[in-house]
Design a protein. Sequence first.
Length: 120
Amino acid sequence: MSNFSVGFRTKEDIRILDLNGELDAHTAAELEAAIQKCQTDNCHRILINGSNLTYISSAGLGVFMAYIEDVRDNGGDIKIAALQPKVYNVFDLLGFPMLFDIVDTEEQAVSKFQAPVEKQ
């Protein structure tokens, strides 16, 4: 069984989810529950800190895709920070940088929440 956990922190009005371990088909439900909790708590500005995420499967990536529209429809966003290179490569291979802000540090992600939103 995979080892995975999600930690919660708040910085200003941004909910930070610290992902630890391996995000796969067996653990994706834990990330789903965490994002659902953010929405239930009416927190739609979500920052994913992946500094301790060691692996991600397509099931894990699917969680991001399943919730991004709802989060954005509620005026928020999901930003991703501090991915390890091999995990970032999976995101990049599937085109996630075109859909999500993926940055090197948590501080960069926080500042992107403060920046004015560009109309697409």
